[in-house]
Design a protein around this ligand. Structure first.
Ligand SMILES: NC(=O)c1ccc[n+]([C@@H]2O[C@H](COP(=O)([O-])OP(=O)(O)OC[C@H]3O[C@@H](n4cnc5c(N)ncnc54)[C@H](O)[C@@H]3O)[C@@H](O)[C@H]2O)c1
Length: 437
C-alpha cells in the first residue's frame, strides 16, 4: 500500500518505519523542518529501542521517505494517517487545532479518493468534526472517508508493540475504507476489531484511563500498606495472580506521568462532563496520582529534615525507562520541587539528558555524566525512573560514593533486604522501611 503519515513523532515515525518494514511505501511528513532534515540525513530524532535499524533498513530499500510537504505525502498515497499532537489545554480539554489544521490542509489538496485516518488520541466525536472540516474545505470535491485507528504503542517498546499489537481497532462506516485498512494491517497478523468511529475513539480513552486507574489502585493500596506494615509488592503479586486482574500495571510508585495518561484522563473527564455524564471515578484516579508524589516528598523532608543546600542525586528523568521522553515526567516534577526547596540536585538519566537540559524549570540542576558521578558526595539518592542500569548498580561502590547512604526508591527498584545488608537507609513505596543493623 502507499501510505503517508502526517506527524513524525513517537507515534508517526515508529508507525511509518514499521509500515515500511512490512512492505508498504511510506511518506513520513512533518512541519518541523529541522526534524525532516535530520531524518533525511539519516539521523533519528527520538530514542526507541530498535527504531534506528528499522528506519535505516527501509530508507535503504526506498520504502521510507521523509518530507515537509503534506501535498507530496497526500499525492503519493491511498491512505493518509494523521499523527499530530493533541495536547491538553489548561481547562483539561484537548487542543484539537493541530488536527483541524492538517484536516484543512489535506482538504485543500485532495484531488481523488483518499482514506483519512486519525491515529492521534482524540475525544469521542472528533471524527465527525474532521469529516465536516474536510467536506467544507474540499475544493475539488474529491471523495474521501474518515477512519479512526487509535494507537496503543508504549514508548520504550514502541517498535515491538507496533510489530506485534494485541489488537488493531478500526473505526469506520464504509466497507471500502475498512477493506483498505485491513490490507494495511494484514501483514501484522493481529486481531482486528472493526467498530463505528465514535466507539473506536472511546476505546482509546477508556483503555488509557483504565490503565491509569490500575496504577492509582495499587498506589492507594501502597499507602494502606505503609500505614499497616504490609508489603505492597506481595499484595500486588497476590491479586495479580488472579487472571481476571493480572499483575501488569500493579507496580506501586510515585505515580504515572508522560505525554499520554495525564492528558488522556483529563480529556476523558472533560468530554464525559460535556456529554452530561461526568466520569467522577477518574477524578479520584487523578487525586491519588498527585498524592503519591506528595507522600514521597513528605518522607524525603521528614528524613532529611532540611533540604536547603543538601546535595541530592536523582536517578532517572524520563517518565519511564527505555525512552528519551521527559514530557510530563514525575521525575522532572520532583527535581523542580527539590530545587524550589533549595536542594542542590545532581541528576542523571541514561537517555533523557538531552531533552531534560532543555527544560527551563530544572535549569538550576546539575547534570552528571554517569549514575555514579551523580551520587558522589550526595546526602541522598532518589530513584525516580526504573531503568535497568540502576537496578544493576554496584551497591558497594554506591555506598562508598555517597556521603550518607540514604536511598529514596520511588519505583521499588531495589530489594529492601539487600539494601539493609549493604548498610543503606532505604525508603520505598508501600514496603517496610529498613535501616541498617
Ligand atoms: N507517545 C505515545 O506513547 C502515544 C501513544 C499512543 C497515542 N499517542 C497519541 O498520538 C498523537 C501523537 O503523539 P506523539 O507522542 O507522537 O507526539 P509528538 O509530539 O512526538 O509528534 C507529533 C509530530 O507532529 C508534528 N506536527 C505537528 N503539527 C504538524 C503539522 N501541521 N503538519 C505536520 N506535522 C506536524 C510535530 O512536529 C511532531 O513531530 C497524540 O495524539 C498522542 O496522544 C501517543
Amino acid at each position: 500500500m502507499d501510505i503517508s503519515i502526517i506527524g513524525s513523532g513517537y507515534v508517526g515515525l515508529v508507525t511509518g518505519a514499521c509500515f515500511a518494514d512490512v512492505g508498504h511505501n511510506v511518506f513520513c511528513v512533518d512541519n518541523d523542518a529541522r526534524k525532516v532534515e535530520a531524518l533525511q540525513a539519516g539521523k533519528v530524532p527520538i530514542y526507541e529501542p530498535g527504531l534506528e535499524e528499522v528506519i535505516h533498513r527501509n530508507v535503504s530499500a526506498r520504502r521510507l521517505r521523509f518530507t515537509g510537504s503534506i501535498q507530496e505525502g497526500v499525492d503519493n498515497s491511498q491512505i493518509v494517517f494523521i499523527a499530530v499532537p493533541t495536547p491538553q489545554q489548561p481547562n483539561g480539554e484537548v487542543d484539537l487545532s493541530y488536527i483541524e489544521k492538517v484536516a484543512r490542509e489535506i482538504a485543500g489538496i485532495l484531488k481523488s479518493y483518499r482514506v483519512i485516518v486519525d491515529k492521534s488520541t482524540v475525544p469521542v466525536k472528533t471524527g465527525e468534526k474532521v469529516a465536516e472540516s474536510i467536506k467544507r474545505y474540499n475544493r475539488h470535491g474529491a471523495e474521501f472517508d474518515v477512519v479512526s485507528n487509535p494507537e496503543f504503542l508504549r514508548e520504550g517498546c514502541a517498535v515491538a508493540d507496533l510489530m506485534h499489537p494485541d489488537r488493531i481497532v478500526i473505526g469506520a462506516q464504509n466497507e471500502h475504507a475498512i477493506d483498505l485498512m485491513k490490507k494495511v494491517y494484514e501483514p501484522f497478523m493481529a486481531p482486528i476489531l472493526v467498530t463505528d468511529i465514535n466507539s473506536a475513539e472511546l476505546i482509546k480513552h477508556a483503555a488509557n484511563s483504565f490503565l491509569a486507574l490500575k496504577i492509582s489502585y495499587i498506589n492507594a493500596l501502597s499507602a494502606i500498606c505503609d500505614a499497616s506494615g504490609a508489603d505492597v509488592e506481595k499484595v500486588a503479586d497476590g491479586i495479580g495472580m488472579d487472571r481476571r486482574i493480572g499483575r501488569s500495571f500493579l507496580n506501586a510508585g510515585i505515580g504515572y506521568g508522560g505525554s499520554c495518561f495525564p492528558k488522556d484522563v483529563a480529556a476523558f473527564i472533560t468530554i464525559s462532563e460535556q456529554l452530561g455524564v461526568p466520569f467522577t471515578l477518574l477524578k479520584e484516579v487523578q487525586r491519588i496520582n498527585a498524592g503519591q508524589k506528595e507522600r514521597f516528598l513528605k518522607v524525603i523532608r521528614e528524613t532529611l529534615w532540611v533540604l536547603r543546600e543538601k546535595k541530592i542525586a536523582v536517578w532517572g528523568l524520563t517518565f519511564k525507562p527505555d525512552t528519551d521522553d521527559v514530557r510530563s515526567s514525575v521525575a522532572i516534577e520532583l527535581v523542580e520541587q527539590l530545587l524550589r526547596e533549595g536542594a542542590h540536585v545532581v541528576a542523571y538519566d541514561p537517555k533523557g539528558m538531552h531533552k531534560a537540559r532543555g527544560i527551563k524549570a530544572i535549569a538550576d540542576a546539575e547534570f552528571a555524566l554517569s549514575a555514579l558521578e551523580a551520587v558522589t558526595d550526595a546526602e541522598a539518592l532518589i530513584i525516580a525512573t526504573e531503568w535497568n542500569e540502576f537496578a544493576n548498580v554496584d551497591l558497594t561502590l554506591l555506598k562508598e560514593k555517597m556521603r550518607t547512604p540514604i536511598v529514596f526508591d520511588g519505583r521499588n527498584l531495589l530489594d529492601p533486604e539487600t539494601m539493609r545488608q549493604f548498610g543503606f537507609h532505604h525508603y520505598s513505596i508501600g514496603r517496610a522501611r529498613v535501616r541498617p543493623h
